[in-house]
Design a protein around this ligand. Structure first.
Ligand SMILES: NC(=O)c1ccc[n+]([C@@H]2O[C@H](COP(=O)([O-])OP(=O)(O)OC[C@H]3O[C@@H](n4cnc5c(N)ncnc54)[C@H](O)[C@@H]3O)[C@@H](O)[C@H]2O)c1
Length: 250
């Protein structure tokens, strides 16, 4: 059993599939959690009412992020972990870099990459005050290869997440703050709700994955809690593929 008693986490994307599951799993393992998302709370949150706080806000708005971090510290006394889970994949507007509307490019970069700058620069001073901590940032297998149906802004932003995490890992290792990345493979969540209307596409994706199924929010939460926990105390500056073997295929 992982033990997060007396620990405090700031989780973004907590109104979405993976972020909500990660927040709930952290709470069930004893943590107190600030849950942040632009969307309303998607379901019942476990634990006592003192254990969590759900705040609606926009991660691209730096003052809103700063206020949320301040609120978390007021409520919970500090912060030990940052889970940067929020992201957005715009199936219609994100396309080839050769033809994408440049405002759409900027917005996708702001949501998927700059938002993590907003959270990290506000949370890290509090991790330092605790004498250390851990961060996990969500990238995507999508940034590791080309795609004939491109979403180039998302892809570039998710590649940026990896460089950002690695750089922070080195900058902050002396402060005992770890920084790692998860690359989810295609996974069942509200982000992939297009599969509801097209189960054949979901089945084809599952067939392409060596383990024969798409990912679940539990798969991603298990990986995230491991990387946040002390079980990963010697792991920093690296990336974990959670993709059922998809990227290992020739
Ligand atoms: N589901 C997949 O197949 C898949 C695959 C690879 C990577 N990922 C990545 O994993 C992470 C979690 O994805 P998910 O599947 O849970 O998606 P999701 O759509 O269920 O959740 C993402 C959440 O981020 C929130 N968000 C987006 N923009 C925001 C903003 N500006 N301010 C605050 N919140 C904002 C959304 O409201 C949403 O609740 C994302 O970073 C995603 O890019 C997902």
């Amino acid at each position: 059993m992982l033990d997060f008693a007396d620990k405090v986490a700031f989780v973004t994307g907590a109104g979405g599939g993976m972020g909500f599951r990660i927040a709930c799993d952290l709470i069930n393992h004893g943590a107190r959690v600030m849950m942040f998302d632009i969307k309303p709370r998607p379901g019942e949150i476990p634990g006592s009412s003192e254990q969590s706080f759900y705040l609606q806000g926009d991660l691209t708005d730096e003052p809103a992020v700063a206020a949320a971090v301040k609120k978390a510290v007021e409520l919970f006394g500090g912060i030990d972990y940052l889970a940067n889970v929020a992201g957005a994949l715009w199936f219609e507007r994100d396309k080839s870099a050769l033809e994408i509307d440049l405002d759409a490019w900027d917005q996708v970069m702001a949501i998927n990459l700059k938002s993590m700058v907003h959270t990290a620069r506000n949370v890290v001073p509090h991790l330092r005050k605790r004498g250390g901590g851990a961060m996990v940032h969500f990238s995507s297998t999508q940034c590791l290869r080309g795609d004939p149906a491109p979403q180039d802004a998302y892809q570039a932003a998710k590649a940026g997440v990896v460089a950002f995490s690695k750089s922070l890992a080195i900058q902050l290792a002396g402060d005992k703050i770890r920084s790692n990345v998860i690359y989810p493979g295609p996974s069942e969540s509200p982000m992939q709700d297009r599969w509801q209307a097209n189960p054949d596409a979901r089945a084809a994706t599952a067939r392409a994955i060596p383990l024969g199924r798409v990912g679940t929010v539990a798969d991603m939460s298990n990986a995230c809690l491991f990387l946040l926990s002390d079980r990963a105390s010697f792991i920093t500056g690296t990336e974990l593929l959670v993709d059922g073997g998809l990227l290992a295929k020739p």
